[in-house]
Write a protein that binds this ligand. Structure first.
Ligand SMILES: Nc1ccn([C@@H]2O[C@H](COP(=O)(O)OP(=O)(O)OP(=O)(O)O)[C@@H](O)[C@H]2O)c(=O)n1
Ligand SMILES: C[C@](O)(CO)[C@H](O)COP(=O)(O)O
Length: 231
């Protein structure tokens, strides 16, 4: 059985919409609901843990209940999040069923994820212990110091832009989160916590459609991609 944690407890500051961006509408449904619908298309998914802002749990529960009346969703629960994404995921992990062999973490703000990528991440996580969706970096990336001066230019052929879902065998993700909490380590994704344990994390080829709706132009892009045929 696969559990999926959806961190949805952010404030959407960069979206500047005056509300949590995952509650905004995209193609006629809230972004969060649209994201869950993609996972409803993957039979291995047995439970969805939605991590909502502490003040928004009732609103999110009502939203998901209404969505479920329109079309079925996998079994879901809502838990309260924390002040950072990592703390929100930790709360979600604590709420996951012990029967889950694999746990996926997927940003609620990535509604365009394709079921085939979700399935590939699950398969790779089962095989290797850890796997993340990613795409080859298209830009040249520089390391820049605090004074704004370029330090180095990593070879682009080695660089991948990392997305979610990120999937792990449950005991590995639990150990990684426990170690990060003990060390006071705060990472920007889930895999970085697992990497600290020295465990392998495999990259699964995703696609550039799987954007994280972060700034207003991402919302325009996501609406356009919804209308565009998948390449
Ligand atoms: N304390 C937090 C912060 C973020 N998230 C979630 O993590 C995902 C990725 O975070 P991001 O895109 O940065 O969302 P926000 O934190 O909402 O955006 P911003 O940084 O612009 O405020 C989002 O689905 C967001 O809801 C969360 O669950 N808990
Ligand atoms: C996990 C993530 O989506 C991978 O790209 C990303 O690191 C989340 O970062 P954010 O600052 O919380 O948006």
């Amino acid at each position: 059985m696969v559990s999926v944690i959806f961190p949805a407890a952010g404030q959407g500051r960069r979206m500047r919409a005056g509300c949590n961006k995952v509650l905004l509408t995209l193609g006629g449904e809230p972004i969060l609901v649209r994201t869950l619908r993609q996972f409803a298309r993957v039979p291995a998914v047995g439970e969805c843990i939605v991590v909502a802002g502490a003040q928004e749990t009732a609103e999110v529960e009502a939203m998901l209940a209404a969505a479920e009346r329109r079309a079925p969703l996998p079994p879901w629960r809502v838990v309260a999040g924390g002040a950072e994404r990592q703390y929100s995921v930790a709360n979600g992990l604590a709420a996951c069923s012990k029967a889950a062999e694999v746990v996926l973490v997927h940003d609620a703000a990535r509604p365009l994820i394709r079921p085939a990528v979700i399935e590939a991440v699950i398969e790779a996580a089962r095989a290797h212990g850890g796997a993340i969706a990613a795409v080859p970096e298209k830009n040249t990336v520089k390391v820049v110091d605090a004074a704004g001066v370029v330090v180095s230019t990593p070879a682009r052929s080695t660089l991948w832009a990392v997305q979610t879902p990120q999937g792990f065998r449950r005991e590995i993700l639990c150990a990684a989160y426990a170690q990060a909490a003990a060390d006071g380590f705060l990472g920007t994704d889930d895999a970085s916590l697992v990497e600290r344990l020295g465990r392998p994390v495999h990259v699964v080829m995703s696609d550039y459609r799987n954007l994280k709706v972060t700034t207003p132009e991402d919302l325009v892009m996501a609406e356009a991609l919804l209308q565009a045929p998948e390449a």
